[in-house]
Design a binder for this molecule. Structure first.
Ligand code: DOR
Ligand code: ZN
Length: 348
């Protein structure tokens, strides 16, 4: 056993800066998977109906806390769902509540439950100006929805068409470019001036788009933004392991019932909440960068959101285990990413 192949790694307890918990029975089932690893999570607001008001976020947070098993400590960090009609006053209410930590932009039609999203971001500029003023971050699903743009180019085109004009108009607005998937997004975030950061999922670090089509169509590898070419995966790996505090962990774990994934028109989303830290550790280990995992998973996120870092720690051990084929979740079944596969790291 040499020093270059550590058998365990202990890091400050991480947080998940982008998570779908859903609601009701499904939320109650998936919540412990996240809470066993992460101290906090930024909880996405794309419920049906979406979390558009502070009052909705307060009630949703209470449902999450009520569903937490006895003895588990976990803090949900709530978000609002931006619409064409989000009032500037709602932003002040959200900030004053102390429980809302970001406002999510879903371009209308971009992804799951985004129909009520924004049709044209310039319609929201009055609201965004208040976010800039009070320091409430804008969380971006950064893809254009123009049907003429190739699916694989939608993130890169978003930078030119939406993000650059927005940042020119509001240079002090705090922005998290969520679940980035391209070298263009990684370079943009690396090179920009001002308060911008990005989250990266474990699946975009580990896989390229071949994974969706290996031996047949594999719907559990379909998410949005979709997996990209290998050159993009490599750029994300470089960004995540660089130690640059602008890049931090966000799983985008997104549970869907098995029947809606294995479907003629399957839903987008990969379920990784059960084994997220194992996957990130595997990704960092694959390039010999375990020493950079804590910065990415546990430090850069709270620093950007101006929250304290967690005080306790977690340990992962190099030990093979088999991911279950299916998980009973609420009244349905969820197939996790890596179902039935051997994983090389295990959370203690
Ligand atoms: O793959 C995805 N699933 N991407 C999203 O943006 C939404 C998410 C979901 O809610 O299922
Ligand atoms: Zn998401």
């Amino acid at each position: 056993m040499s020093n270059s192949t550590p058998q365990t790694i202990t890091i400050t307890r991480p947080d998940d800066w982008h998570l779908h918990l859903r609601d009701g029975a499904m939320m109650a089932s998936v919540l412990p998977h996240t809470a066993r690893q992460f101290g906090r999570a930024i909880v996405m607001p794309n419920l049906k109906p979406p979390v558009t008001l502070t009052s909705h976020a307060v009630a949703y947070r209470e449902r999450i806390i009520a569903a937490l098993p006895d003895g588990m400590i976990f803090e949900p960090l709530m978000t609002l769902y931006l619409t064409d009609n989000t009032a500037p006053d709602e932003i002040r209410r959200a900030k004053d509540s102390g429980i809302v930590h970001g406002v999510k932009l879903y371009p209308a039609g971009a992804t799951t439950n985004s129909d009520a999203g924004v049709s044209d971001l310039t319609k929201c500029y009055k609201t965004l100006e208040v976010m800039q003023e009070v320091g409430l971050p804008l969380l971006l699903h950064g893809e254009v929805t123009d049907a003429a743009i190739d699916l694989f180019d939608r993130e890169a085109v978003f930078i030119d068409r939406v993000l650059m004009p927005l940042r020119a108009a509001m240079p002090e607005l705090k922005i998290v470019f969520e679940h980035i998937t391209t070298s263009e997004a990684a370079s943009y975030v690396t090179q920009s001036a001002g308060p911008i950061a990005a989250t990266i999922t474990a699946h975009h670090l580990l896989y390229n788009r071949n994974e969706i089509f290996k031996g047949g169509i594999r719907p559990h590898y379909y998410c949005l933004p979709v997996l990209k070419r290998e050159q993009h995966r490599l750029a994300l790996m470089t960004a995540a392991t660089s130690g640059n505090p602008r890049f931090f962990l966000g799983t985008d774990s997104a549970p869907h019932p098995k029947g809606l994934k294995e479907h003629a028109c399957g839903c987008a989303g990969c379920y990784t909440a059960l084994h997220a830290m194992e996957l990130y550790t595997q990704a960092f280990d694959s390039v010999g960068a375990l020493d950079k995992l804590e910065q990415f998973a546990s430090f850069s996120g709270p620093d950007f959101y101006q929250l304290p870092r967690n005080a306790d720690s977690i340990t992962l051990r190099r030990e093979e285990w088999t991911m279950p084929a299916e998980l009973a979740v609420g009244e349905s079944t969820v197939v996790p990413l890596n179902a039935g596969e051997l994983l090389p790291w295990k959370l203690e």
